[in-house]
Design a protein around this ligand. Structure first.
Ligand code: FAD
Ligand code: NAD
Length: 367
């Protein structure tokens, strides 16, 4: 039983259907909405539970079925964007005719506000771990073969670990494996790897445990969440990124995406706040990117530099910001992204308002 949900843009009333050939079963989801992409749908197929969650505006539409017959591990997903149709093609293990798709499981065929859905986790395997700075590492996790999940730019996922008998979850923002590698966003259809830059805090609760994982171990990874929308980058001319410490992580994909996919872009400036030079994540990559692309500049500000440091010093301040935030033209369309420790972000936003930037021009990343 489906109900229409009215939004400002009109009703949402998704539905689904299925059909088969000798060797394939195709499930079709009709979202009846534009703006549906490969990252709008998350599919997990485990044992005989087939789960497909489609994000439609602020709602989640769930297909949840115990399939009537076995299918192969891999499947394909296709989105016909102009009509909002999603096709999931499953390969039958045996070439026999199915009488039904399967039996409905919990919340099958339901449309629920996204905020009420709870997070679904699947176990991902730790593939590699590499030192980036003295305390920050690049982790590579692999999704199960029977999962389709692409984390939208600017969003994060939760990782889950059981620590002394208690399940603990913390949010982390996926990055690319490098700032310089070929751009793969919107990700390759079969992108199975998720990369994270994670700072290990010796006195922390979660990160020391994460650091103790062995290559080959499994970590549950949640569905993506987050409040950033790519439409914020539309027609932007000046993009200013204010990052402190690992607050750099959401900037990685936004920066790369903007340089490649936003034709109006004239300037991208990253102001990167750290304690010392040794804390700067991917410094040589940032400098190489700035050298290769004249639209991109990076500036470091250190709060605890050594006496040799000749660059900018201190915490975020009106003087630093007003010097940094010069537009390419007086009326240029700007977007400011800010991320870091809470006091940094709060002070930053206040200072930006004082400099007459509007709410719409500022994005901060929240859990
Ligand atoms: P915690 O136990 O939280 O401790 C962190 C530090 O604070 C330690 O040094 C600890 O000693 C100190 N501390 C703890 N409690 C106190 C206290 N009461 N007083 C003083 N000091 C204290 N992090 C990343 O590295 N990479 C990311 O991509 C990333 N993405 C994020 C995305 C979002 C949306 C958010 C909200 C956070 C993100 N974080 C990211 C931060 C991450 O979620 C964790 O907060 C971080 O990894 C610390 O976890 P922890 O349990 O190891 O440390
Ligand atoms: P850090 O302790 O190394 O500090 C980096 C810089 O932040 C400092 O050099 C300083 O300039 C500034 N700073 C720190 N404390 C400040 C304060 N009290 N007031 C003003 N400025 C201050 O940072 P870290 O250990 O890398 O921590 C990064 C933070 O970013 C964490 O709190 C993490 O939760 C947050 N984060 C948030 C997201 C998100 O999406 N919301 C993503 C990644 C990281």
């Amino acid at each position: 039983q489906m109900t229409d949900i009215s939004t400002k843009e009109g009703p949402i009333s998704p539905s689904y259907d299925w059909f088969q050939t000798d060797s394939l079963v195709t499930i079709v989801i009709y979202t009846k909405q534009k703006d549906i992409h490969l990252d709008s749908i998350i599919i997990d197929h485990q044992n005989d539970s087939f789960r497909a969650e489609t994000i439609i505006k602020d709602y989640s539409y769930l297909i949840h079925i115990g399939l009537s017959h076995e299918v192969q591990e891999d499947f394909s997903v296709r989105v016909v964007e102009n009509v909002g149709k999603i096709e999931i093609v499953l390969k039958k293990t045996e070439n026999i005719s199915w009488k039904c798709l399967g039996r409905p499981l919990e919340k099958h065929n339901s449309l629920i506000p996204k905020k009420d859905t709870g997070l679904y986790y699947r176990k991902c395997q730790l593939i590699s771990k590499e030192d980036v700075t003295h305390d920050t590492k690049l982790f590579c996790l692999m999704l199960p073969p029977s999962t389709h999940l692409q984390v939208p730019i600017g969003q994060h996922v939760y990782l889950k670990l059981t620590i002394t008998g208690t399940e603990i979850v913390k949010p982390y923002t996926p990055v690319f494996d490098s700032l310089l590698s070929e751009f793969k966003e919107p990700v390759l259809p079969n992108n199975k790897y998720i990369y994270f830059l994670i700072k290990i805090y010796t006195a922390g609760l979660f990160t020391p445990e994460l650091d103790h994982l062995q290559i080959g171990d499994f970590v549950p990874v949640s569905n993506p969440e987050g409040n950033f929308k790519l439409s914020k980058l539309q027609e932007v001319e000046d993009l200013f990124l204010l990052a402190a410490g690992t607050g750099f992580t959401p900037m990685v994909k936004i920066l790369k995406y903007a340089l490649i996919n936003v034709p109006s872009l004239r300037k991208v400036k990253l102001m990167f706040f750290n304690k010392t030079e040794d804390d700067i994540i991917w410094r040589s990559q940032l400098e190489k990117l700035a050298f290769e692309d004249k639209r991109f500049d990076v500036e470091y500000v250190l709060s605890a530099p050594t006496s040799e440091w000749k660059g900018k010093q201190g915490h975020i301040s009106p003087a630093l910001l007003s010097e940094f935030l010069n537009r390419s033209s007086e009326k240029s369309k700007v977007l400011l992204c800010i991320c870091g420790p809470t006091p940094f972000t709060e002070q930053g936003i206040k200072l930006l308002h004082d400099l007459n930037f509007s709410k719409d021009e500022i994005h901060n990343f929240t859990a």
